[in-house]
Design a protein around this ligand. Sequence first.
Ligand code: PLP
Length: 358
Amino acid sequence: MTEQRAFRPETLTVIAGRPPHDVDEPLNVPVHLASTYVAGGSREYGRFVNPSWTAFEDALGALEGGRCVSFASGIAAIGAVLDLVPVGGVVVAPRHSYTGTVGLLSDLESRGLIRAVYVDIADTTAVAAACKGAALLWIESPTNPALEVADLPAITAAAHAAGARVAVDNTFATPLLQRPLESGADFSVHSATKYIAGHSDVLMGAVITANDDDATAITGRRTLGGAIPSPLDAFLALRGLRTLHVRLERAEQNAQELVRRLDGHPALAEVRYPGFGAIVSIVVAGADDAAAADAADAVVSRTHLWVHATSLGGVESTLERRRRWPAEAPTIPAGLVRLSVGLEHIDDLSADLLDALG
Ligand SMILES: *Cc1c(COP(=O)(O)O)cnc(C)c1O
């Protein structure tokens, strides 16, 4: 892996996690279907390790600059990091985190295991103040779906100065646009379901850390919790990762052009875009929340090319009014529609959306 660090990310996505170039060997690590291995080696049992996981982990670890541990889903990866918080510990988190993260924090809090403190993650001073006495600062940047951006190096340093560990949900940015470990974070976490796998057919998660003790602790959570990925899913996620740089480049180009074309649209109260990546949140205008929600639902129902679906980061463009979920934060505008901009031609994408906006 050390020699691979010299390569650019675009090269690493293609070459990392491959077998040695030996005659007659396959270019890709195959799907290893095995629950048990002949005793006496380093593998022993299928809940501990799998060569198809390892290939994926080597590739994502190389991109993030750390050791990667893969999980059955993004939420399982998040849960593994939260499991490291000592009982009674304070977790500082963005008020607009992914709803599953807030759900998990609330569940842990309701059972007396942690205490959650929510902050505006873009407010560096407030985050730093909240970190005093905290065990963990959980960061999402950009946030889902508000698209607020955190000052990663500044709040990471403030958290460390206060004695807190730092984890970053890097799902929206991917390691090609943001490398949290280089900003000093202890953990980078992914829903690999999204951009990493990239084709809306796999659920997987990952935790990457630069620290060997942390990697061992996270692996321990996976072994004891049992939230292991399937070997086929790991194979598919790695196949998806191979084209991450190409997919992301096109999706980002499309998103930036779409933002230009939506600018000032009379049906929209707001277009939110953090300036990078391929998630755009539009706020459909309405006289009040109910009217905005109805207008946004009507837009979503009128698209033909854009698929009405939750989740994001696939090759196909999807959209969803986030407040249709009762668990979404009430501070998210009722008319906010999250767009996951995919790889279709921009003219087709913008025409379909502009038609739906009326
Ligand atoms: C989807 C998502 C998750 C959860 O991942 P799953 O793979 O669905 O379990 C976590 N964080 C963010 C930002 C997400 O978008």
